[in-house]
Design a protein around this ligand. Structure first.
Ligand code: ATP
Ligand code: MN
Length: 463
């Protein structure tokens, strides 16, 4: 007999079907002549209720062993369920217990646990309703992302995790080394001699795959990356991880408007896909985590995003009838409170802010004719703030070189990036989407640590 997934049985199972299920016990309710056990195999939020009658061979032992958390295979026959909230249940004909879970020491008891507590038992938390739903939605988001790009002919390119460029100059890099830290080789000048390190130079964990994606776009036209990135930001916020996943499309023959159009269609597609494929999980988030989750999703799908320039945004913030903690003035970056004011209070939907001052944006963004602003765009989402950051890239060799010099970046390290402007340069654009921020936005989960299976944050790398 082949094992059936519980989600499949709940949707399509018919009375009198003989089936086997395998999973973990969520609850056990002993009655006089029989026992109810709810089994969950992770395929859906709801489990399947199995009924063990006392005439079942080995009944007493099975019931004793089937505590919450125990793993089990159950053969049986599907029957219509008289109970509320379920169409069918499983009349067990044989039970095999793989592994018991001690009722006294199993950490996941029936009561509600705090997310903080669950983070300390990340090896078990995926068995809870909320975290289980998060990871199913996370999976659906990944599938939606690949589907969106694959349908449009984008090539998925794998950019390196180990990188030697610190081009963003963000200064939040993890150095990787095989040097003996007790005896680090030094140069005559007393500096660390990275020429003796594994790569013969200093190397880092990547903070973004963009520059490599640009290389690939100059051959395949439309590409995207989807992989982990790393930032040693020592900020303990609910929106930052030291290891997070990013999606970075890069398009040749594309300008900022094309970039915005794609980003908007992309976000809409992800929301539509998840609503269609995870209705039960999304309903759960709406009921138990944040009662605006479904309305927000529909709002995203059905409305055009607002598009404003940075200069307009500054004007709106200056006119706002409230005090901000951080100053607002042309030339300063938007802080999270400003971003949230625009998306959450003023427009009540995602807002795309474009044309930021050149001095607060990266060197590769295309300089506008005013020489003051660059063709950058950020998408700001209610409750989350920045969810997408992107730009049209500077395709003109001389302008790019000028920007690199102004910012004091090492031009010699960027020789290959500049070569792309020497040989067959084209207008091109792209953006980066923080994957966990999307999952947060989708589910209403307030802490980013609860939407990635094994969060990496300052002082925390367990599991
Ligand atoms: P923020 O201002 O929120 O720190 P950023 O300007 O550093 O963001 P980018 O460098 O533009 O972000 O990175 C692209 C996207 O990656 C961001 O829009 C955001 O969604 C996401 N992101 C950035 N840093 C993190 C992080 N530490 N953890 C999770 N997601 C992140
Ligand atoms: Mn940042």
């Amino acid at each position: 007999m082949t094992t059936r997934r519980i989600v499949d049985l709940l949707r399509h199972g018919q009375p009198d079907e003989t089936v086997t299920i395998q999973g973990w016990v969520r609850t056990k309710r002993e009655q006089k002549e029989f026992t109810f056990v709810e089994i969950n195999d992770g395929s859906s939020m709801s489990g399947l209720q199995a009924i063990l009658n006392q005439d079942l061979p080995g009944y007493a032992e099975a019931v004793r062993k089937l505590n919450t958390g125990a793993s089990v295979a159950i053969d049986g026959v599907l029957v219509p369920s008289p109970g509320k909230g379920q169409r069918i249940e499983l009349q067990a004909t044989s039970v095999t217990v793989y592994g018991e879970a001690d009722a006294e020491t199993y950490p996941l008891q029936k009561k509600r646990h705090s997310f903080e507590f669950l983070r300390d038992i990340a090896h078990l938390r995926a068995r809870t309703n909320t975290i289980g739903a998060v990871f199913r939605v996370r999976n659906a988001c990944s599938t939606a992302i690949h589907q969106f790009f694959q349908e449009r002919g984008f090539l998925w390119v794998h950019t390196p995790i180990i990188s030697a460029n610190d081009c963003e100059g963000a200064g939040e890099l993890f150095t990787i080394t095989t040097m003996d830290l007790k005896q680090v080789p030094k140069t005559d000048a007393g500096e660390i001699d990275y020429s003796q390190d594994f790569f013969g130079r200093r190397a880092f964990l990547t903070v973004s795959g963009q520059l490599e994606a640009e290389i690939m776009a100059m051959a395949f036209s439309n590409v995207y990356t989807f992989g982990p990135t790393f930032r040693a930001e020592n900020s303990n916020t609910s929106r930052h991880l030291a290891e997070f996943w990013m999606v970075e499309p890069e398009m040749a023959f594309c300008d900022l408007v094309g970039n915005m159009d794609l980003a908007e269609a992309f976000l809409k597609h992800i929301f539509r896909y998840v609503l269609e494929h995870c209705p039960e999980d999304m309903e759960f988030f709406n009921q138990r985590i944040d009662n605006s989750v479904l309305a927000t999703a529909n709002n995203i799908i059905n409305n055009e995003f607002e598009r404003i320039t940075y200069t307009d945004a500054i004007g709106m913030l200056e006119k706002a009838d409230r005090k901000f903690e951080f100053p607002v003035s042309w030339g300063l970056d938007l802080q999270s409170e400003h971003e949230r004011y625009l998306a959450e209070e003023l427009f009540k939907k995602p807002v795309i802010v474009t044309d930021y001052p050149a001095q607060i944006k990266a060197f590769y963004m295309r300089l506008s004719d005013d020489e003051k602003t660059v063709r950058a765009m950020d998408i700001l989402a209610p409750k989350i703030g920045e969810i997408v950051g992107g730009s049209q890239r500077e395709e003109r060799l001389d302008v790019l070189q000028r920007r690199i010099q102004q910012l004091g970046l090492p031009e010699e390290d960027l020789w290959w990036y500049l070569d792309l402007r020497r040989f067959g340069t084209v207008p091109h654009a792209g953006f980066g989407l923080g994957f966990e921020r999307v999952v947060q936005f989708m589910t209403g989960m307030t802490n980013i640590r609860d939407v990635i299976p094994f969060p990496r944050t300052p002082l925390n790398a367990e599991f």
